[in-house]
Design a protein around this ligand. Structure first.
Ligand SMILES: *[C@@H]1O[C@H](CO)[C@@H](O)[C@H](O)[C@H]1NC(C)=O
Length: 217
């Protein structure tokens, strides 16, 4: 039942191609035990205009805010290309995804280097790296020298079909000497004031939206 409900919601967002994929998932899951791979099949079937139309190597349905992270890790260069999908980002809202490289893991918002995206008052969807250095960060674009690790290829778009999903793209060079396992943090807020993302709710899922991820998996 849970898988069917999730796919129905997905079907409202998609093209006819996606509808066919969703139908295939419904058919497949009806013939499998209920717990069998429903979430992985959802995120792995997604393709992106920002990745040459190709799927990423891995994906994970994040445990809060209905978000999904798709990623490809290149071991030779220690870089991770990501597409972060945030549903339910209202047209006046913002979304962000980032890594907290602080030693010891378990880090939350403070110390996170994030990529934030929103619709600018001039009509463009803008995206840029920002450093969350306190619980009331400026949310200003970071100067290259402010970044603890390089971020390139930053872009964002509204998902095709005019739905409320935002997709944020970035390529992150993982900090040296810290392996491939990191705390990541994601967030969304409903308001942008004077082209600056305003504070997000400080209860519920909005303060629980952090997890550990190993990009080599
Ligand atoms: C809107 O403003 C952003 C940030 O200054 C800029 O990058 C973008 O090019 C602007 N878009 C238009 C259509 O002027």
């Amino acid at each position: 039942m849970a898988a069917a409900a999730a796919t129905v919601r997905r079907a409202t967002a998609g093209s006819s191609t996606l509808a066919i994929v969703v139908l295939a998932v419904v058919v497949a899951s009806s013939s499998l035990p209920p717990s069998s791979g429903a979430s992985s099949s959802q995120c792995s079937s997604h393709t992106f205009s920002g990745n040459g139309g190709q799927p990423y190597a891995s994906c994970v349905d994040l445990p809060r805010l209905g978000a999904t992270l798709h990623y490809t890790y290149a071991a030779a260069t220690r870089t991770v290309s990501v597409a972060f999908r945030a549903p339910g980002t209202s047209s006046g809202g913002w979304t962000a995804w980032g890594l907290n490289p602080s030693a010891g893991g378990g880090g939350g918002m403070v110390g996170t280097q994030a990529v934030v995206a929103f619709r600018h008052s001039n009509g463009s969807v803008v995206a840029y790296p920002t450093v969350l250095d306190s619980y009331a960060p400026s949310m200003a674009p970071a100067a290259p020298g402010d970044l603890a690790f390089p971020v390139s290829g930053v872009a964002a778009e509204r998902a095709a079909g005019g739905e409320s999903e935002m997709v944020v793209y970035a390529t992150v060079a993982l900090p040296a000497g810290k392996g491939t396992k990191f705390t990541h943090v994601w967030q969304q807020g409903s308001a942008v004031v004077d082209d600056v993302p305003a504070a997000h709710p400080t209860t519920g899922d909005n303060v629980l939206s952090t997890a550990t991820i190993d990009f080599s998996e």
